[in-house]
Design a protein around this ligand. Structure first.
Ligand SMILES: [Zn+2]
Length: 77
């Protein structure tokens, strides 16, 4: 799902991706490096992390509510 394009390395002339910051053959910095082509996956990962955090928060709240409810019921009995 990468939007990367193939470009020629300015030093060795090998085919490299625009989302590669450095040439994988000679290590030269990729002049056509396009971080935007990697943005999509980065944003997805960030969103997944956020969803995970929300899930954990909801889980903790559920436990606290359950514990509070258990104490409340125990006091009634
Ligand atoms: Zn190169």
């Amino acid at each position: 799902m990468s939007r990367s394009k193939k470009v020629k390395c300015g030093k060795c002339g090998k085919q490299i991706d625009t989302d590669d910051q450095f040439c994988g053959y000679c290590g030269e910095e990729n002049q056509s490096y396009d971080p935007a082509s990697k943005k999509g996956t980065g944003k997805t990962a960030q969103r997944n992390r956020l969803q995970f955090r929300v899930l954990i928060t909801v889980f903790i709240i559920a436990i606290v509510v359950a514990a509070y409810y258990a104490v409340f019921v125990a006091k009634l009995l």
